[in-house]
Write a protein that binds this ligand. Structure first.
Ligand SMILES: C[S@@+](CC[C@H](N)C(=O)[O-])C[C@H]1O[C@@H](n2cnc3c(N)ncnc32)[C@H](O)[C@@H]1O
Length: 274
C-alpha cells in the first residue's frame, strides 16, 4: 500500500466507469487522507488475512449483519475484497459497497459480480437507494486519518440509511495500556503475517507495520496509517450525524463490552419517520 504523509487527491469526482454491474449508481469522490491500497497489497490481501476469513470469525459477523438488515439492503463502506459482504450476500441480503482502492474492488469483482461496488471515498461518496444497514468493519473507519473525515463518514452513513436503519462499526479500542512510550506493539503474530503498531497518543495517529511471509520464504514489508477513535468519540460522531446509540458489544457474538475489551461492535440508529 502507498504510505502518504499528507492528504492527497486520488481522483476526480464522478467517474461512472467505476460503478459495478447493476449499480450502485452514484457519485464517487476520492479526496481523502486515506492511504491508497495498491495492486500488490490487494492481490495478497485474502491470503495475508486468512485468519479473518475463518468461519468462526465470519459467521457471527454475517449473522449479526443479516439480522440487522432484515428485509432491506446492506451497504458496506471500505468493502475491500468482500470478506464479509460475500457471506452476507450468501444469506440473501442484497449487498453493495464503497471502496477507495480500485485493485481491492477488482479482487472482489473477480470472486463475485453480484456485489456492486462504487470506487470512491467512504466519507463523501454517494450511491443511489436507501439501506437498512450501513457498516464499516475490521477497523476500516480508522483508515480515514482526520477527525473531520471520520465525522463525514458518520454523516455519509446516515445519508444512506432509510429511516430506522442502522449503522454498525467494528473497531478496536486504542490499547493505550499496551503502548510503552516510543515502542511498537504487536497486534497480530501469525503464520503468514506479523503486524506491529506504533502510535502517537496526543494526535491519535498510528501506523500498522505489516510483515508478510510468502510461501517462497521471502518477507515483504508494508505500512498503513490510521487515526484511532475512542468509543465515546464514535458516539459523538453518530450524534453529530443525527443518529442515536443503540448497542455496544465486545464482538459480533454479543459478548459484554467491558473496561478490558480491545474491540467493539457498535450500533447507532437513524430515527424512524414519525
Ligand atoms: C482492513 S481492509 C478491510 C476490508 C474489508 N472491509 C474486510 O473486512 O476485509 C480496509 C479497506 O479500507 C479501504 N479504505 C481505506 N480508506 C478508504 C476510504 N477513504 N474510503 C473507502 N475505502 C477505504 C481500503 O482500500 C481497504 O480495502
Amino acid at each position: 500500500m502507498i504510505v502518504t504523509d499528507s492528504c492527497v487527491i486520488h481522483g476526480q469526482i464522478g467517474h461512472d466507469h467505476d460503478v459495478g454491474p447493476g449499480g450502485p449508481v452514484g457519485e464517487a469522490a476520492w479526496v481523502t487522507c486515506s492511504d491508497l491500497w495498491d495492486t500488490e497489497t490487494a492481490a495478497g490481501y485474502d491470503r495475508a488475512s486468512e485468519f479473518m476469513f475463518a468461519p468462526a470469525v465470519l459467521d457471527p459477523a454475517a449473522r449479526f449483519s443479516a439480522d440487522l438488515a432484515g428485509d432491506g439492503a446492506a451497504l458496506e463502506f471500505a468493502i475491500g475484497t468482500g470478506r464479509v459482504a460475500i457471506p452476507l450476500a450468501d444469506r440473501g441480503v442484497p449487498a453493495s459497497g464503497i471502496e477507495l482502492s480500485q485493485p481491492m474492488a477488482d479482487q472482489l469483482r473477480r470472486k463475485r459480480d453480484d456485489i456492486p461496488v462504487l470506487v470512491g471515498n467512504m466519507a463523501t461518496s454517494r450511491v443511489s437507494g436507501s439501506f437498512s444497514l450501513v457498516r464499516v468493519v475490521w477497523n476500516s473507519i480508522g483508515n480515514l486519518r482526520t477527525q473531520a473525515e471520520q465525522v463525514a463518514c458518520f454523516r455519509d452513513a446516515a445519508h444512506h440509511l432509510a429511516p430506522g436503519g442502522r449503522f454498525v462499526v467494528e473497531l478496536w479500542v486504542p490499547g493505550i495500556r499496551r503502548f510503552p512510550p516510543g515502542q511498537a506493539v504487536p497486534f497480530h503474530v501469525g503464520r503468514r503475517h506479523t503486524g506491529f503498531d506504533t502510535y502517537d497518543l496526543t494526535t491519535q495517529q498510528g501506523t500498522s507495520h505489516h510483515y508478510r511471509h510468502h510461501p517462497d520464504g521471502t518477507v515483504t514489508y508494508s505500512a498503513s496509517n490510521f487515526r484511532s477513535i475512542w468509543p465515546a468519540e464514535c458516539d459523538l460522531m453518530a450524534q453529530l450525524a443525527g443518529m442515536t446509540f443503540e448497542s455496544r458489544a465486545a464482538d459480533w457474538q454479543g459478548s459484554p463490552f467491558t473496561n478490558d475489551s480491545d474491540s467493539h461492535v457498535s450500533v447507532w440508529r437513524k430515527p424512524a419517520e414519525t
